[in-house]
Design a protein around this ligand. Structure first.
Ligand SMILES: Cc1cc2nc3c(=O)[nH]c(=O)nc-3n(C[C@H](O)[C@H](O)[C@H](O)COP(=O)(O)OP(=O)(O)OC[C@H]3O[C@@H](n4cnc5c(N)ncnc54)[C@H](O)[C@@H]3O)c2cc1C
Ligand code: SF4
Length: 327
């Protein structure tokens, strides 16, 4: 682990005005960042501690939805009564994540900006494409947990549980920049490796994620998060599905389906969303639509199982929201 300076800014403008430099990194809860430093995956000169900035941890309801400050601890999000009552998908995703101790320390912003878990990326001895090398070692190496969609030159899966849930709710994020705040749909925040293999999102070096806004839940909205893990204890998703829709009898309108664990970004199944619109929901219909929507998957040698698994997770999540007997 290298020596670094610790910066403790008093306001977000001080962070935004830092010189854009790859050797300056932001720290929220530190549950991911400190692992990266200790394991010598990154070697920062300056760590900027966001904990010294007041006013970044809040959950506020207003006319245009619920505003969540990025330094809100995940445990606070999970236990918030408004979130629980209006956005079950987010409540369930927050509770599915890591362990109670990590949820007490980890923040919403850190969860949305965490780095990939690919074992080649996390190995300090390996200089893969994401770290500036010329090869993706996962393509011909061990790739059981890697992407089946959107991989191309780097097959990471984006590990955040909150991101698919928040995208299914059509959330928007505020980014603090030196020129002032800008807002963007969370769905557009994440970028594919083909756009820039070194990064997972649109943030520039001196920009900070500041707030997440979840639009008000529509009348009749129902949502859920289904996460499949290999272990009963803490684990990242092998595949997860966030589903949010308006159910009327046995049909859905406005359904949004976002997968975790299958692609370098939270992956929206727009084809399935369109196909499900207004259709009478039966197990056969949902299963066929989910399988069709995943037909574009391009698995690697060891992860073809994810294609069928993802279709099953989507099917189960949707069926759990329809009226009548649960599957
Ligand atoms: C054992 C273990 C299990 C885990 N299990 C899960 C899991 O099941 N699901 C899951 O989703 N995650 C999991 N995680 C990953 C992660 O630690 C947590 O998701 C946590 O929420 C990260 O938040 P943090 O505040 O600690 O982030 P930090 O470690 O402080 O930061 C993470 C990254 O985000 C950047 N960052 C932080 N805040 C901002 C900001 N406001 N603006 C811009 N960049 C920022 C940092 O520079 C860093 O690169 C796990 C981690 C561990 C160690
Ligand atoms: S998947 Fe990405 S992070 Fe993993 S080895 Fe390939 S290039 Fe590196």
């Amino acid at each position: 682990m290298n020596n670094f300076k610790l910066a403790q800014p008093q306001n977000i403008e001080q962070v935004a005005s830092l010189p854009p430099d790859k050797k300056v990194v932001l720290m929220a809860g530190g549950t991911d960042l400190l692992d990266e430093i200790k394991n010598e995956v990154i070697h920062p000169d300056v760590v900027v501690d966001l904990n010294t900035i007041p006013g970044l941890a809040y959950i506020n309801s207003t006319d245009d939805g619920v505003h969540v400050g990025v330094m809100t601890r995940i445990s606070k999000l999970a236990e918030d009564a408004t979130i629980q009552a209006n956005f079950p998908v987010l409540h369930e995703a927050a509770l599915s994540l890591a362990t109670p101790q990590l949820r007490n320390v980890g923040t919403v912003g850190g969860n949305l900006c965490q780095r990939p878990r690919c074992w080649y990326y996390r190995d300090p001895q390996v200089e893969c494409r994401k770290k500036g090398g010329s090869r993706c070692f996962a393509i011909r190496g061990r790739n059981r947990y890697h992407a089946i969609l959107g991989g191309s030159i780097c097959h990471i899966v984006y590990p955040s549980d909150l991101a698919p849930a928040l995208i299914s709710l059509d959330s928007e994020v505020t980014i603090a920049t030196i020129e002032g705040d800008k807002k963007v749909a969370l769905e557009k925040f994440y970028t594919l490796p083909r756009d820039n293999v070194r990064k997972e999102n649109i943030l520039k070096p001196n920009e900070i994620l500041k707030e997440v806004r979840i639009p008000r839940a529509k009348d009749g909205a129902k949502s859920t998060y289904l996460k499949l893990k290999e272990r009963g204890t803490w684990d990242f998703a092998v595949v997860s599905a966030a589903v949010n829709g308006i159910a009327s009898g046995n049909t859905f309108q406005d359904i949004r389906i976002v997968l975790g664990g299958v692609a370098p970004v939270p992956w929206r199944l727009e084809k399935a969303e369109k196909a499900l619109f207004g259709k009478r929901i039966t197990e056969e219909v949902v299963k066929r639509i989910a399988q069709d929507a995943l037909a574009d998957a391009r698995p690697l040698e060891e992860n073809a199982y994810k294609q069928e698994l993802a279709a099953t997770v989507v099917t189960r999540a949707i069926l759990s929201l329809r009226e009548g007997p649960r599957p």
